[in-house]
Design a protein around this ligand. Structure first.
Ligand SMILES: *Cc1c(COP(=O)(O)O)cnc(C)c1O
Length: 337
């Protein structure tokens, strides 16, 4: 694969069947529909075996590896590592997952439970990456990159195929955005199949790497800071090969939301949709609820990317308590007040 094609995404869908859950539910959100003034649906990627969409990309990348692969490694904010660990266990391959200290314990535990080895290194994705690079060099492991690899992007893009089949009338798609494997893959598929669809990437204000890169026209270094949307943390890589170009070409815009808005949106998903999701998955609802998207044309599909939230943090939020973000305190308030 030297560049992405729709055929790669169609092939990925066949390759990952039986490992990832395909055709995850697309359910209406009466609450968000009322707030947006048009029909809003939630694409429930939290229904994956690993609780997040990243299993699609991991399963596709692993499915393309030769049988004599000695083992694999990756760096991850948690969900990619879990997807890789799951897919590796299914293939009987050794997996070593490298993560920074910013990754919540719940995610680390989930990965260990799948039988993978875990290395906690440094305070950023970049530092975890250094350890993954070392394992490739010194132990001959194969790296499964979290977003900037075509097999991973094609795997995430399978969500785009499903959306068009499940909701042919689709007009707007909201996609949580970090490294851009998800948004790049889905936007690529959607624009090939139905170019009129508005595709919006959504990140948190604190440390939005792809947004910063798109603003200046090239990947830039950004400081990684604690956020409720921990799965959206990390840079896009100064030597980014694929996702920056894909996002620049296929995303119509990128919208940023605040920590307060993510907090409110997690409450709304819980009290209104009866959904437990992590902060990264609530950014679409946050953008809709805050009016940051302007007038939205429906039907809208909002990707609810994962449910791997620390339950102490989650119950604090739904009970309106304040939560700690590194050295800062995010002031709580009960839902509806
Ligand atoms: C990784 C992740 C994202 C962002 O995906 P990218 O491909 O890095 O842009 C969004 N939500 C969740 C839950 C994730 O784990």
């Amino acid at each position: 694969m030297s560049s992405l094609s729709l055929a790669d995404i169609v092939a990925a869908r066949r390759r990952i069947a039986g490992i990832a859950v395909l055709d995850t539910p697309l359910v209406p959100s009466p609450f968000l529909s009322q707030r947006a003034g048009t029909q809003v649906f939630l694409k429930l990627e939290l229904a994956q075996h690993t609780g997040a969409f990243k299993l699609r990309g991991a399963a596709n990348a692993l499915g393309l590896l030769p049988d004599d692969t000695a083992g694999i490694t990756c760096c991850s904010t948690g969900n990619h590592g879990r997807g890789v660990a799951y897919a590796a266990a299914r293939r009987g391959i050794r997996a070593v997952i490298c993560m920074s200290r910013l990754v919540p314990q719940a995610k680390v535990d989930g990965i260990k439970a799948l039988g993978a080895e875990v290395r906690i290194v440094g305070h950023s994705q970049d530092e975890a990456q250094v350890e993954a690079d070392r394992l490739v060099r010194e132990e001959g492991l194969t790296e499964i990159a979290p977003f900037d690899a075509l097999p991973v992007i094609a795997g995430q893009g399978t969500i785009g195929l499903e959306l068009v089949e499940q909701l042919p009338a689709l007009e707007t798609v909201l996609i949580p955005l970090s490294g851009g494997g998800l948004a790049g893959g889905i936007a690529f598929a959607l624009k090939r199949m139905k170019p009129s669809i508005r595709v919006v990437g959504i990140s948190m204000e604190r440390g939005a790497a792809m947004h910063a890169a798109l603003q200046v026209g090239r990947p830039v270094e950004i400081a990684e800071v604690p956020s409720l949307a921990d799965s959206l943390g990390g840079g896009i890589g100064l030597a980014n090969r694929h996702t920056f170009a894909l996002c620049r070409q296929h995303l119509d815009e990128v919208v940023l939301v605040s920590e307060e808005e993510i907090y409110r949106a997690m409450q709304a998903h819980y009290y209104e949709d009866r959904i437990v999701c992590e902060g990264a998955s609530a950014v679409g609802a946050a953008a809709l609820m805050s009016g940051r998207l302007g007038v939205v044309k429906g039907p809208v599909a909002n990707i609810v990317t994962g449910r791997n939230v620390d339950m102490k943090v989650f119950t604090d939020i739904v009970n309106g308590r304040s939560v700690r973000l590194g050295g800062d305190l995010l002031e709580g308030s009960p839902y509806g007040e």
